[in-house]
Design a protein around this ligand. Sequence first.
Ligand SMILES: [Zn+2]
Length: 469
Amino acid sequence: MALMMLWISAAAFAQKEGLKYLDSSFEVYDALSHSLWEEPELGYREYRSVEKLTAHLEANGFCIEKGIAGIPTAFVASFGNGSPVIGILAEYDALPGQSQAAVPYRQPVVEGAPGHGCGHNLLGTGSVAGAVAISKWLAAGHKGTIKLFGCPAEEGGGGKAYMVREGCFDGVDAMLDWHPDVRNTVNTATGLANVQVRFIFHGRSAHASSGPQNGRSALDAVEAFDYMMNLMREHVPSDTRIHYAITDGGKAPNIVPDRAEVQYYIRNPRRSIVGDIFERAIKAAEGAALGTGTTMEYEIVSGNYERLPNNTMSELMFAKLCEAGGVAYDAEERRFAEKMMMSSGITEDEIPALIRQVATVAEPDAGGNEAWVSSDVGNVTWVVPTGSIRVAAFVPAGSGHCWQQTASAGMSIGTKGLLVTARTFYLAALELYRNNDLLRRVCKEFETRRGKDFRFEPLMGDRKPPLKF
Ligand SMILES: [Zn+2]
């Protein structure tokens, strides 16, 4: 009995140690997050960000393996021994054109330059903080392994799809995931599966006025193809999303374009429907090439599964997020938030409810695909049971991929948010390490939901990661 009590008090002491570490590490993680924020890097080019995050993990005793899945900016950092193996997902890529100073009004640092408009500097740093806190508990003599996965190019590059295909997540028992948001809750939305495809047409160049009969316009092919795709919209399931951008439409009106390119995203809550529509899109592109005397090639940039829910993980994450609490602004942060809200068109009487929103934890939504977004995390959820939270690291103003989020991600409000995540991850991981029955239930639900005969088939086939720019 005395031994048992000693064990309990030692365990309680160790649990407090990890939380105490996070409480006393605000400056460390504020500096790390800010350093990523100041040097925003686009997908697959996050060399400096990876250097900074792995240096911190290495200094805390983690074993680092860089360049996994054949991607220079993908890595795994491991600590501890044996099972259970808990994984954490980290992202750190920035967005083009999102440069913004950490001020509550629109002010780019460098006009048109990249910026952390999705807060992935917080995402990466929060996940790293959680992993280091967990390592403190493991170092106190507990069995288990923590693996932090550095996942590049979430924004349009689908880094995790390649990492899943190459088996990077094999042997992980449960995965923890998060994203900065304007509220604190568990992510239960399954989102949309998608494919991202480049269609490239090749024609024959000619002087557009003196010899047009000799030319075959690749841009004509793009236009014919887009027209067919727009007609197709009437004949696809109504929850489908199809969007495109002409990324090469020729160089000048007096030259018949011999090359043109259009990029498509095709999305639906079910990946089987995405696959059907994609097959029809290829036929339309072939038809457009035939009719315009051009040739066509296509390249799948990435493909993402919809998310596989896991209620057992969601319940665990919700309980631990409630324990970790929301984001409480101090007087200066409140002034910053109010100013940003007012400059974003929010009225004064709407502000108190929004301040309450970031300080409290909201019940999860009922599920479904209502988020209308896709993420490469979807792929991971089909190979490892995954729990995912959203944390109010952004001031509730603007609507995603916007200057307000870049600004929030560069100041103390963002750091407070990432530490809420780190605490939640720490508490959830300890529960999974210590409660075998819980982990068994997580795995059982996972196996039941994905089915006995499930095999991961990458939507981008065997293509290599798009590392050339
Ligand atoms: Zn994001």
